[in-house]
Design a binder for this molecule. Structure first.
Ligand code: FDA
Length: 393
């Protein structure tokens, strides 16, 4: 039997950071993970450059059944604290857009930094470890694994959510929560592409690879970024963002000319080039291939601009500015960046992340019902929740 002060299950963003923080306090810490290598999601995040936090991170950027829960952790360990750590390790980084900070070189820099922090704090790791059974024991927890039996005072569950099972995601964290009588709020895929009904797919799949600036709105929330047509449906940052707010069966409204007045643009074109076809005028605003598909899709007639009378040009503009689309669904956990829902925060102390009714049991990171927008917010939640737990375990 191996005894540790702290065992962290999950060598992802939250688990590694929490382990290092606890180790720095002189606690003996062991991290267990069933994967071969630590930090797999970090490595592929941000297209391999890891969008590790966001300059503007604040509680408003997170979804949770209790929107107040994340405030304490986010204010005690902020994006500026994490950036200071990144700078201490001389990791070059840049703001890509909207306050999103990415590594200049590689997401490996972040994993190496976390591993170096763990090494400095004498944290031990056991990868390819299957945890078969956990039970409460006098003064802590007993874990039965394929590497033997472990005992610890504090047990941290940092096993993430359900997104990307091929990267090792499992419902383990939810199962442990339920074992200890803690409830799970319904989970669903977030930051995920939409799939389309056949009638939309037949037309829009031909646009695969085209990206247009758009605002996507649903349930009183809007995001103004790009949308990307794919052979499976719709993706791009605005779609991923709104997917977290969308419920099956609902429509999403897209404004494909969000930063101006398309009607005015078309009117001006009508004045200056009355013989130009509608498609020619629209091709000055959108990619040509998009215009060719959009005209029949929106039931518009391609004719010289001078032939559009009364409110007809306004109606053309409306088709692009108020496109109502009912997605068929989402691509699900296979491609989702995050899992919405999870461990109900009502069971946790927001100051320590410890379960209120299970002394010594902590939950951090994505397994908890706190989900960030796209843009580095999910990692910030991993760092902040891990840090506060790391000071207590
Ligand atoms: P995480 O999933 O990182 O780690 C969980 C760990 O637990 C894994 O190592 C896993 O192997 C282990 N585990 C699971 N089940 C287990 C079991 N039964 N036994 C033992 N171990 C088990 N966010 C962001 O802010 N910026 C970004 O750029 C991106 N990019 C991005 C790209 C892609 C493709 C994805 C899928 C996700 C992102 N994200 C992101 C989201 C971000 O990766 C995610 O929110 C964090 O990794 C969550 O950190 P956790 O430590 O909570 O879980």
């Amino acid at each position: 039997m191996i005894k540790q002060d702290v065992i962290v299950i999950g060598a992802g963003a939250a688990g590694l950071f929490c382990a290092a923080e606890a180790g720095k306090r002189g606690r003996s810490v062991l991290v267990l993970d069933h994967a071969k290598k630590p930090g797999r999601k970090i490595l592929i995040s941000g297209g391999g450059r890891c969008n590790f936090t966001n300059m503007y991170a604040s509680p408003e950027n997170f979804l949770s059944n209790n929107p107040h829960f994340c405030k304490s952790a986010l204010s005690r360990y902020t994006q500026w604290d994490f950036v200071a750590l990144v700078e201490k390790y001389n990791i070059a980084y840049h703001e890509k857009t909207l306050g999103q900070w990415f590594c200049d070189d590689s997401a490996k820099d972040i994993v190496n930094m976390l591993m170096a922090e763990c090494d400095k704090a004498s944290v031990k790791h056991q990868m390819q470890c299957e945890i078969r059974h956990i039970e409460k024991s006098a003064g802590g927890f007993m874990l039965d694994t394929n590497h033997g039996t472990y005992q610890c005072e504090s047990l941290v569950i940092a096993t993430g959510g359900l997104s990307m099972p091929k990267l090792g995601a499992t419902p383990f964290g939810y199962q442990i929560a339920e074992q200890f009588g803690l409830s799970i709020l319904p989970t669903r895929a977030g930051l995920v592409p939409f799939t389309l009904h056949d009638k939309d797919k037949q037309v829009l799949a031909d646009l695969s690879g085209i990206s247009v600036n758009a605002s996507a709105s649903c349930n009183n929330t809007s995001f103004n970024e790009n949308i990307l047509f794919t052979h499976r449906g719709l993706s791009g940052p605005a779609v991923l963002q709104i997917s977290s707010f969308w419920q099956p069966g609902q429509k999403v409204e897209f404004n494909l000319y969000p930063n101006g007045d398309l009607h005015q643009v078309l009117q001006e074109k009508q004045q200056s080039s009355p013989d130009a076809q509608l498609a020619t005028a629209l091709a000055q605003v959108y990619p040509k291939r998009f215009v060719q598909a959009a005209i029949p899709y929106f039931n518009l007639s391609n004719k010289p601009l001078k032939q559009f009378q009364g409110k007809q040009l306004e109606q053309v503009a409306q088709a692009f500015e108020q496109w109502l689309l009912q997605p068929n669904g989402t691509e699900g956990y296979r491609t989702a960046e995050v899992t919405l829902g999870g461990l109900d925060t009502k069971h946790l102390s927001s100051k320590t992340m410890m379960a209120k009714d299970v002394e010594g049991l902590y939950f951090i990171g994505e397994v908890v019902d706190v989900t960030g927008w796209l843009g580095g917010y999910n990692f910030q939640w991993a760092w902040s929740s891990a840090w506060v737990a790391g000071q207590e375990v």
